[in-house]
Design a protein around this ligand. Structure first.
Ligand SMILES: Nc1ncnc2c1ncn2[C@@H]1O[C@H](COP(=O)(O)OP(=O)(O)O)[C@@H](O)[C@H]1O
Ligand SMILES: [Mg+2]
Length: 412
């Protein structure tokens, strides 16, 4: 098969790496890819026409869509009338992520555990909601906001301010709602599904804040690890029974065909796991930790999902632990300088993976081209050993201004 992966980050590099291991993969193109991937094909991932044209030109049998923007832009819908199968939900199914309010109402319709919400129109209503939930609440914008659409507030005054600010900064016709603050710890459960059969990947945790100890502003993710020891087999069974299976059944009962990755962002509370959000794709940096653990032929499973013939078999969570440490540009998530030369990659251990997040080639040189530059991924039998192995290799790579958290994997 000729396969394409749509996107240009570390997640797409990891997907291309995993797919290339399949006996059925002839070529694996990345569209548009980065300095770590090849062969790359230049295309704008949200331009459905251009993506369809590229798929035809490359005679792709299957396109795997990496990120939420192309899904919401309807790339999968556009490919329906072409000879390229698309792994990823249609725009209508991707609403589980692209509309937080739609997802919330969906969960309520199907009795899926989640935070209570309120649709409020005035600051007085925001204050009343905060008071109902012990003076705290969460303000959420409906649409895709690249991590900037959620504010957790610890006082009614802060809630009113955040609601105003969200109202002001988001489009006038976009709903902004509030929800009950949940207490507990967070974990991401990712799965592969054709809407009926599914396989659960190793549960993962990411580290969003830029500095050690979860201090500083949030980023796209400074690292991740999997599996999460605190979410054992029994707890994962609860997630399947109370969340994953009702979600898939709910989608089917509403006539929504869902084929792709489904990501459950969960808060494990005293009352059990509850959904914070769905994503319609793999998380980044979770993908870089989870895919190297995955056993089996992912390409085969994806192809069968697209054809509607998958039995849920053939891929499994695998053994051991993986840790993904992000090497970021100094200053990120604020202003930073790109174009720095990266050195030391040749001294990385052969069993350690380096997925590129934001790099480009300039002749023989490899340069930084964004905030989250590289993902150093180590695997081992224990979490501690995976962490040590990852950092031993992190310290061999250098570029001016490089910043990494030193505590990835040490949360629980
Ligand atoms: N109801 C809630 N209670 C407590 N924390 C929340 C709640 N909803 C969201 N959060 C926090 O905000 C973060 C971002 O929210 P999420 O719904 O995952 O949106 P996104 O990832 O699109 O920014 C979560 O990872 C969690 O830390
Ligand atoms: Mg989230």
């Amino acid at each position: 098969m000729n396969v394409g992966v749509l996107g240009s980050g570390g997640r797409e590099h990891a997907l291309a790496w995993k797919l290339a291991q399949s006996a059925r993969a002839k070529s694996v193109f990345v569209l548009p890819g980065n300095g770590g991937t090849s062969p790359n094909v230049a295309v704008c991932p949200t331009d459905a026409e251009a993506v369809a044209a590229a798929c035809e030109r490359l005679s792709l049998d299957l396109l795997v869509v990496g990120g939420e923007e192309p899904l919401a832009a309807g790339v999968v819908d556009r490919l329906a009338t072409t000879s390229t199968l698309a792994f990823g939900p249609t725009a209508a199914a991707a609403r589980v992520e692209s509309s937080k309010l739609w997802a919330k109402r969906f969960m309520e319709r199907h009795g899926i555990p989640c935070a209570e919400h309120a649709e409020v129109a005035t600051t007085a209503e925001v204050e009343a909601a905060a008071n109902r939930w012990g003076g705290r609440l969460v303000v959420k914008a409906d649409g895709l906001a690249a991590g900037k659409g959620v504010v957790v507030c610890d006082s009614p005054a802060r809630a009113q301010e955040a609601w105003h600010e969200m109202r002001r900064s988001r489009p006038a016709d976009e709903p902004v709602f509030v929800e009950e603050p949940l207490d507990g710890w967070e974990v991401s459960v990712l799965c592969v599904t054709d809407g009926r059969a599914y396989a659960v990947l190793p549960p993962a945790q990411d580290h969003k804040a830029v500095y050690d100890g979860d201090r500083g502003p949030n980023t796209g993710g400074m690292g991740a690890f999997a599996p999460v020891p605190a979410l054992g087999a029994e707890a994962l069974g609860v997630v399947r029974r109370t969340i994953l299976e009702p979600t898939l059944a709910g989608l089917r009962s509403e006539g929504i065909k869902y084929c792709g990755f489904l990501y459950l962002g969960l808060m494990v509370t005293d009352e059990g796991p509850k959904v914070l959000e769905y994503n319609a794709r793999l998380g980044d940096p979770e993908a870089e930790a989870v895919l190297p653990l995955l056993r089996g032929d992912l390409l085969d499973a994806m192809h069968a999902c697209c054809e509607g013939t998958w039995d849920g078999m053939g891929i499994s969570a695998g053994d051991g632990f993986a840790v993904d440490v992000v090497l970021a540009s100094g200053g990120y998530p604020g202003a930073f300088t790109a174009g720095r030369e990266i050195v030391g990659l040749e001294s990385v251990d052969p069993d350690v993976l380096v997925f590129h997040g934001a790099t480009r080639r300039d002749g023989d040189r490899l340069l930084t081209s964004g905030g989250r530059v590289l993902h150093v991924v180590a695997r081992a039998d224990s979490l501690d050993e995976a962490i040590d192995r990852a950092y031993r290799n992190v310290d061999r790579i250098r570029f001016a201004g490089m910043h990494a958290r030193r505590d990835i994997g040490r949360r629980l």
